[in-house]
Design a binder for this molecule. Sequence first.
Ligand code: BTN
Length: 305
Amino acid sequence: MRDEIVNLLKKENKISDNTISEIKNIDIDEFSTMVKDLGKEETEYIKESEITKDLKTEYVGKEIYVYKEVKSTNTVAKFLSMHNATNGTVVISEKQTDAKGRSGKSWESPLGGVWLSIILKPNVDQSKFPLITLATGVAVAKTLEKVGVENPEIKWPNDIIINDKKVCGILTEAVAKFNVVENVIIGVGIDANLNVSQFPEELQSGTTTLKEELKREGNENTLIRIFLEEFEKISELFNHEGYEEILKEWRKRSYSIGKIVEVREPFNKYYDGYVVGINKEGALIVEKIDGTYKKVISGECIIKN
Ligand code: BTN
């Protein structure tokens, strides 16, 4: 039974009650307990005990599950969020077999990176959700500053950039029940102890890793602990409507403001413009060539030289 569940976590895009019924004679609560138990088994590099040893948080990381290999930590976190996982639960995997990136892209996740998802049960209006993603970007940037990166920047909405190359991506997904968002899953991928040569060739020129930037290997467990602390600090700001402070921290580290970009909005709406800033909803404000202003809520922004 254990092996069947291990395989399912490596294979399934969505862990639903249907997939579970494929595993005979097991009820959903028993199944979720087994998924949680698997996340408490011995792993090689990432250790819950190391992360929690000096962890100074109230709720983020009070429940942590670490896997050797899953398809996507966001998928496992989504499932657990619907099965009694508490606010601030963290799902980590040493490797992901088919991780998700933004805009339907895939995300490379070999051994040596930090691949995690946090379950949040935010008690605020849905219109504020884009700010959670921006806040997470700030938490990652502050974490990198603490481990010695000199000038991490944030490319809208939340790619973390070092020396013009991407080192971290964030994917936020909402879990709704009867159209009400009950949980937000925040997936964070940091290229930590990796070499750029481990990535597919087409990604190499735009990618960097902490190991290459800092010219040394770091401890993934320490990195995760610092991030969870930074994340809780900024989500507390968020919970107490400190939106302006979050935006101030984001703007201070912005890679996008002041640049000429190609905006790629959904449904193939592409245009060039100059990034003026971000507004209080977290949308990017772009001045088009014709002098009109656009508010970009979702999509990609390619920086042009
Ligand atoms: C991006 O495209 O920039 C977002 C990448 C997000 C990757 C992380 S790794 C942990 C979590 N699990 C996933 O499947 N994706 C996110």
